[in-house]
Write a protein that binds this ligand. Structure first.
Ligand SMILES: Nc1ncnc2c1ncn2[C@@H]1O[C@H](COP(=O)(O)OP(=O)(O)OP(=O)(O)O)[C@@H](O)[C@H]1O
Ligand SMILES: [Mg+2]
Length: 220
């Protein structure tokens, strides 16, 4: 279970996001919807321990992540969190399998990769270079790479942002299928994809909106 409690995030430019309390239950899939800039990526980054909240806490399975050192957070992320980025973060000149096997450097066992690639329908591409794949195929590689370690939590930031609706819908169906039994939190802009998730969370309802914290004096 992931608990977001009284979390706020403030950046140097003084934009502050005030998140309402929210609980993500273990084993369920969630779709996060919300306007651009409302704080979806920031929330995923804070859950992943890449960013820290300015105040409040993120509690994962009873453990307050803010009480951990950055090193401990990194260790937790490597072991327990699969993060899928919109821009894939794959290495173009390397093959599909090498992009996954690179995780061995972090001590991750990748023997599950062929099974996952097969479930995602791209096993025959395992020796192809990333640069020779379509957008949908690249997204599937990114999903396989995030899931190969069997993480308990899967975070996906606009996994279909670069794909047309039909391919995006297919990728979401596959993502939900391979994430079964895990906690999946996926950001998408397309409400039509909500039917594939257990819950839809409208970020406009869970953030109290961005507060402009610039004092009136400075504005004058
Ligand atoms: N590193 C940063 N430095 C300063 N401001 C930031 C930083 N990251 C995010 N912000 C600000 O915080 C707010 C929320 O950003 P975030 O990326 O979480 O939005 P989002 O909901 O993911 O938007 P989108 O749908 O466009 O991806 C924005 O106003 C953004 O400008
Ligand atoms: Mg974003």
């Amino acid at each position: 279970m992931i608990e977001i409690k009284s979390v706020t995030k403030q950046f140097q430019n003084e934009t502050a996001i005030d998140y309402k309390d929210i609980i993500f239950e273990s084993g369920k899939s969630y779709m996060l919807l919300g306007a651009s800039g409302c704080g979806k990526s920031t929330l995923l980054n804070m859950i992943a321990g890449i960013m820290s909240p300015t105040s409040g806490s993120i509690i994962i399975d009873g453990v307050n992540m803010q009480e951990k050192s950055q090193k401990e957070k990194d260790k937790f992320r490597i072991k327990s969190i699969g993060y899928i980025f919109q821009d894939f973060k794959l290495i173009n000149d390397m093959t599909v399998m090498d992009n996954i096997d690179i995780l061995k450097l972090e001590g991750i066992d990748t023997q599950n990769a062929p099974k996952l690639l097969s479930e995602l329908g791209i096993l025959e591409k395992k020796s192809s270079k990333i640069k020779h794949l379509s957008g949908g195929q690249k997204q599937r590689v990114a999903i396989a790479r995030a899931l190969v370690k069997s993480p308990e939590i899967i975070l996906a930031d606009e996994p279909t942002g670069n794909l047309n609706f039909a391919i995006g819908e297919q990728v979401i169906k596959e993502l939900v299928k391979v994430s079964k039994g895990k906690t999946l939190i996926a950001v998408t802009h397309d409400e039509r994809l909500g039917i594939y998730f257990d819950e839809i969370i409208d970020m406009n309802e869970i953030t109290s909106g961005m507060k402009d914290v610039i004092s009136p004096k400075e504005v004058e």
